[in-house]
Design a protein around this ligand. Structure first.
Ligand SMILES: [Zn+2]
Length: 261
């Protein structure tokens, strides 16, 4: 659903914007408290965002407690290198970030794509650029009908616009509807997504030798991301980086080894 503010934002400027703000006060994206700026969080919700900040592991994007220099790999990445090149996320999947993801995905708050996509563009700036193919993790058509939109696609559109890359929602296909990953064991998760994805054969020439940035709202178990990456590399992509809004903390779950081959 597009808010009244969203509909009027393109025509509002100067005095009109002032009048609009008086009529429709700016609200926190997360909790609806009044705030001073557009696309912002109130101090309470800002404090509730577990932002992932540098220094981070060059491969897995997980934070280091202290600066260990550029392009350093965490012990987990060294022990078992992931199938993708780099993973970056805005925040851990808890507190305000979790509330935003749930409101966006299940609460009909589609207007959150813009601020969430902008945060993601910032988090992925080291690998985003005009040469990238921006590919969303696809939903199975059955789930697309019940949810009515692909949240990863909405974020990917914003990110492609921000970095000048090419939005490619049709290269990667989900050919079977998978069970929800949460609650399954590591082995069950891998089996669940194995051969779930394929590359559209008519678009192989677009993928050949290209740098792909794969987009999803949240990485929970990592099995889906690993399966998508393998499919894209198998289809001819030169490299795959991952950009998500939220990252489930591996220390809080058994997701640790899941993003590995
Ligand atoms: Zn708030």
């Amino acid at each position: 659903m597009i808010s009244i503010r969203e509909q009027l934002s393109s025509v509002s400027s100067g005095a009109l914007k002032g009048a609009l703000n008086a009529l429709l006060p700016l609200r926190c994206l997360c909790c609806d408290r009044r705030v001073g700026s557009d696309d912002g969080l109130c101090p309470v919700c800002w404090h509730g965002m577990a932002f992932i900040e540098k220094p981070v592991c060059h491969r897995l994007g997980t934070p280091f407690a202290y600066d260990v220099g550029e392009e350093t790999w965490s012990p987990r990445a060294i022990a078992s290198p992931p199938v993708f090149d780099r993973l970056r996320s805005v925040a851990f999947y808890e507190g305000s970030a979790q509330r935003l993801v749930l409101a966006f995905k299940f609460g009909g708050r589609r207007e959150l794509a813009r601020p969430m996509g902008k945060w993601m563009s910032n988090a992925g700036q080291e690998f985003l650029g005009p040469d990238c193919l921006i590919v969303p993790v696809p939903l199975h058509w059955g789930r697309l009908i019940s949810r009515r939109f692909n949240q990863a696609g909405a974020l990917a559109q914003v990110i492609a616009k921000e970095c000048g890359g090419s939005y490619e929602p049709d290269i990667l296909k989900r050919q079977k509807r998978t069970r929800r990953q949460v609650g399954l064991s590591a082995k069950e998760r891998q089996k669940n997504v194995r051969s779930a994805f394929s590359v559209d054969k008519t678009r192989l020439d677009r993928l050949e030798g290209r740098h792909v940035v794969l987009i999803d709202d949240v990485i929970t178990t990592g099995s889906t991301i690993a399966a998508c990456t393998k499919t894209l590399l198998g289809g001819g992509a030169a490299s795959v980086d991952i950009l998500t809004f939220a990252l489930a903390d591996p220390s809080q779950s058994d997701a640790g080894g899941e993003i590995h081959p």
